[in-house]
Design a protein around this ligand. Sequence first.
Ligand SMILES: [Zn+2]
Length: 315
Amino acid sequence: MSMDFARTITGPDGRTERLPAKLFYENLSWRDVKEMPDKDRVIICQPLGAIEQHGPHGPLDMDINTARATVPLAAHRATQRGTRVLVAPLIPYGFSLNLMDEEYTADEFPGTITFSAQAYFTVLMEVCKGFIRAGFRRIALVTGHGNNLPTMQIVGREIRHRTGALVMVTAPYLLAGTEILAELEQGFLKHAEEFETSITWVVDEESLDLQMLAERRAPVDLESGRGGKFFRRDAVTQPASAGRLFLAEKSSEMSRGGVIGDPHLASKEKGERFVTYMVDKLTEAFEFFGQVEFGKGRDAYIRSTNSWGATPAQR
Ligand SMILES: [Zn+2]
């Protein structure tokens, strides 16, 4: 698969949809950008990925597949429901130091490319500034790769502070984390395992070594995922919950063959369900973000953020 988003996509329900050209930022003209109605309500979504090793059975772009499976479809759905979302070209490289061994040595599981934290921060800041110069005020940074999140959050703070524009930060698997975790037989979501392999099965089956999976020859690593007193190695609940700490771990030190989890539990059917959960939640998140009233004082802000999605009685 190329780095571009597919314009013709098969949704999780099996229906094929042709997405409109103007859903994608790069297909707009400057006049489209300049004369866009209600531009302060329009969400510009910047999808973020990673190129990093995902076991001997999986492609380097597994994290990008999470974005491919979810972002264009959720943006399209939200737009159809009245919240316009534009999809910017995906930034393929991310922050993946955890997948690399010490600087200037060969990696045990090679193929990972990373920005330094400083470079990644700068890239995200420059791209956001470009959107703001184009007149956008709502930027959604959506990543398929968890280690991008801390930098994305810092960028969100900086952009708000420096420009007043509002940045939303999330990952589709976080939004649908409860639903996905409930179905994962391995009991956690981590790396090149049941979840990620299932998603890639849906998005780009040819990039998987299906024979290795069929013959159960891929590495399986369940005990490192389980964790201990201070953490689980779970991308949904770690590290932000009570009683937990963060360790700057190296994946080569704790994984088996570059995998944390069990890729043999993956299936296309599971992947399709996970994509459905993620698209639904991301669509709703875009709708929420489009309604946030910011820069208009406390009352408007609190009302818009607290009441969205609540029943009339809860408001
Ligand atoms: Zn991954």
